[in-house]
Design a protein around this ligand. Structure first.
Ligand SMILES: [Zn+2]
Ligand SMILES: [Zn+2]
Length: 316
């Protein structure tokens, strides 16, 4: 199961209602901040999610509306007693260069920061985290300039344990069942060998959440987005401004919806909303192509779980 909390949903400049780009993703024991527009610190406080363990920061690209909040956030982290022990920042090369100027040049003024800050340069298809529970992959995205990324969170697939079958075969409850789930055969006291296939059901794919920031084309994304339970993507423009969108490396609500339809996505959530466009206009345009569309608002909280519709938990 993954959770995503929208901390800012506006494009390029904030509005009265929307902060600049930032989202928090909760995935197994990890908490990620994806992008950190100006004002994100206060949005985190308002969301009630807290700063704890929020030490992994994923950056889609280096435009100011996605990174300027890092200066303040990291300055707070560094001064925060018994808080964060170290920060990991993941992004493309040019993004990290800009972030380094901001952090080391401006925030710390050439001094050493009080906590370790590790920057990880992403290349297309880099696996950021892979463990028994999940995989997090950085995928290439075409926006403006090189080194733009989206992020794919995939829960590990699993085979359900069939208790009835296990009982019928005489498998005692306890650690031997755990061994079967882990794929190891066991031997019963009477010498019978039970194999995992005897008690495990068909493989069930895990939940898949794809988060894409600013983007200027969608064709290349289809294989990465394929069969996602939830796709989060920008919708900076409406179709009447499609030419303008293409010229500045953004997409329209309709293009986002078409991607969701083409890639067999279950739920589409649009963000990076321009102050020039009404929320209803963005939603209507997308829903004509892909009905199961939300337009995110600041502090919206969604749960993405295996085999279930995406659930919207709260909104302010
Ligand atoms: Zn942007
Ligand atoms: Zn941008």
């Amino acid at each position: 199961m993954f959770e995503i909390v929208f901390l800012g949903t506006s494009a390029s400049a904030p509005s009265v209602y929307r902060g600049l780009a930032a989202q928090m993703v909760l995935a197994s024991e990890y908490r990620f901040l994806i992008d950190c527009g100006e004002g994100t610190q206060r949005q985190i406080l308002k969301s009630g999610m807290g700063f704890r363990r929020l030490n992994r920061i994923l950056l889609t690209h280096g435009h100011l509306d996605h990174i300027l909040g890092l200066g303040g956030l990291i300055s707070t982290f560094v001064r925060w007693e018994d808080g964060i022990e170290g920060i990991e920042i993941y992004g493309g090369e040019t993004t990290l260069q800009r972030v380094a100027e901001l952090i080391y040049g401006v925030v710390f003024g050439g001094q050493r920061p009080g906590i370790p800050i590790d920057m990880y340069k992403l290349r297309p298809n880099d696996i950021i985290i892979q463990d028994k529970q999940m995989t997090l992959t950085a995928i290439p995205v075409i926006h403006r300039g090189a080194g733009c990324f989206g992020f794919v969170f995939e829960q590990a697939s699993h085979r359900p344990f069939n208790v009835d079958k296990a009982e019928a075969l005489g498998v005692p409850s306890g650690p031997q069942r755990g061994m079967l789930v882990a794929g190891k055969p066991i031997t019963l006291p009477d010498g019978t060998v039970i194999r995992p296939d005897d008690v495990l059901g068909e493989k069930i794919a895990g939940a898949k959440l794809v988060v894409i920031g600013d983007v200027g084309e969608t064709e290349s994304l289809i294989p990465y987005v394929q069969d996602a339970d939830c796709l989060v993507i920008e919708a900076t423009y409406l179709e009447e401004e499609a030419e303008m969108a293409a010229a500045v490396g953004h997409i329209t609500a309709k293009q986002a919806a078409q991607l969701a339809a083409d890639a067999n996505v279950q739920t589409l959530i649009l963000t990076h909303i321009s102050r020039r466009n009404a929320e209803w206009a963005v939603r209507n345009e997308a829903q004509e192509v892909f009905p199961n569309t939300y337009v995110a608002r600041d502090f919206d909280h969604f749960v993405v779980a295996r085999g279930k519709p995406v659930e919207r938990l709260s909104r302010e």
